[in-house]
Write a protein that binds this ligand. Structure first.
Ligand SMILES: Cc1cc2nc3c(=O)[nH]c(=O)nc-3n(C[C@H](O)[C@H](O)[C@H](O)COP(=O)(O)OP(=O)(O)OC[C@H]3O[C@@H](n4cnc5c(N)ncnc54)[C@H](O)[C@@H]3O)c2cc1C
Length: 385
């Protein structure tokens, strides 16, 4: 067992920090912190990620990706500002979903512009009536001549309003036992237009969470990926990778909150002494630091399991649930330690808190993640009544 990052991982970490400081934060700061970023700004950042191999980190080299180990990717990912990390996650997991289980012709046609960061993509699964129970997707796809026709609504889809291309999780009917057959269909916006509406939320406000309407949206048949019925497996496998990454987003936020809290404890004086010299403030700092350290370790462990070729269903769910919950508490404690200053917009902790609150929902709410862990422990599924 080795708890040290390798020299290569330290280099990845360092270079991600530099990119975040030199390119990403200045871009974010040059725009309204409460409004979705313009598409051109997002493209500029995706092109930077493209140069670093981050637009296709999980896709094997032979399929056109950079084939990074998940743990290495996680070490990099943790350093990125949350709003852009969330956008990158939606982007690159969609590239993975197109790259795996598709035809070579589809990869050649669809992937180069995405991997180069010239086009933006996303995956639409959630619907107004279908959230945690993703297998119940109602958006229908049916064949009509040389086309497929999509009808339905998607909700809460990251990047959709600025997307050029969406992998739409559709229902292609039912199998002989009445099970919903989920099918992945790529809608390219230029040829298969879809309507989008931005949804305002508590956090990640420079990002794009979107509602989408598919109204008789015609897609060429060659844009169906894999086979009817394989979408659920693809989603599950990729969610297992996403969950510890979302956990590491929370770790990155809690680390920033910890750094701010240590700094403030070492300069703020009350009752004639530094607040950092009081036992209760030191206990607060110990709680925040423990949350950061334990969350980071469990997320790294889940990613390392995936690198070993394991599904890591339970561990990934555990990692996201634990890290997002404890890091939200850690950011809140850091705010408390700053007194009124912690509530100021100027300091930035309130933005971290709002952003961290967003992470408890995507790719499995905490309740659903607990059920995944419970199923692994008992062998009994407790999802349905
Ligand atoms: C930042 C962000 C990014 C997102 N990005 C995307 C994206 O790119 N693409 C996409 O398709 N979707 C995306 N989503 C949507 C997200 O995946 C869903 O919101 C999530 O799956 C939960 O669905 P829901 O909101 O409909 O809640 P629901 O499923 O309606 O759940 C409501 C509440 O009921 C609880 N609950 C449900 N079932 C059970 C049960 N069996 N036992 C106990 N409790 C239960 C839930 O935990 C929750 O508290 C994103 C959401 C957010 C916040």
């Amino acid at each position: 067992m080795d708890f040290e990052l390798s020299e290569e991982q330290r280099m990845f970490q360092d270079s991600a920090r530099k990119i975040a400081e030199k390119h990403i934060r200045p871009e974010l700061e040059s725009h309204d912190r409460n409004r979705p970023l313009p598409k051109e700004a997002m493209l500029r950042m995706f092109q930077i990620f493209a140069r670093e191999g981050l637009t296709a980190p999980r896709l094997p080299v032979e399929l056109g990706g950079s084939g990074m180990r998940m743990l290495d990717y996680g070490v990099v990912f943790e350093q990125l500002p949350p709003v852009i990390a969330n956008a990158l996650l939606s982007f690159e997991v969609t590239v993975t979903r197109i790259g795996l289980g598709s035809e070579e012709e589809q990869r050649r046609r669809l992937l180069p512009d995405l991997i180069a960061g010239r086009k933006i993509c996303c995956t639409g699964t959630t619907e107004p009536d279908i959230g945690s129970d993703a297998r119940g997707v109602k958006t229908r796809v049916h064949a009509d001549g040389d086309d497929l026709v999509i009808n339905g609504r998607k909700m809460w889809v990251t990047n959709a309003s600025i997307s050029d291309l969406m992998v739409v999780t559709c229902s292609a009917g039912t199998d002989s036992s009445g099970r919903n057959l989920l099918q992945r269909v790529v809608a390219e916006r230029a040829v298969s237009p879809y309507e989008t509406r931005e949804i305002e939320t508590i956090g990640l406000r420079q990002g794009h969470l979107t509602e989408i309407l598919f109204d008789n949206c015609r897609v060429p048949k060659h844009n169906a990926l894999g086979s009817a019925g394989d979408a659920a497996r693809m989603l599950t496998t990729t969610w297992n990778g996403n969950r510890p990454l979302l956990g590491l987003m929370a770790v990155g936020m809690a680390q920033r909150a910890l750094d701010a809290a240590i700094g403030y404890a070492g300069m703020r004086r009350q009752f004639g002494r530094l607040i950092g010299s009081t036992q209760l403030v030191q206990e607060r700092l110990a709680d925040i630091a423990t949350a950061v350290e334990t969350s980071r370790l469990i997320c790294y462990k889940a990613l390392a399991e995936i690198d070993l070729g394991r599904r890591a269903n339970g561990l990934s769910a555990m990692a996201k649930r634990y890290a997002t919950t404890t890091c939200l508490q850690a950011v809140s404690l850091a705010m408390e330690l700053h007194g009124a200053m912690g509530l100021s917009v100027e300091l930035g902790l309130e933005e971290l808190f709002r952003d961290a609150r967003m992470l408890l929902v995507p790719d499995g709410t905490n309740e659903i993640l607990a059920l995944i862990v419970g199923r692994e422990l008992t062998g009994i599924g407790a999802f349905r009544g």
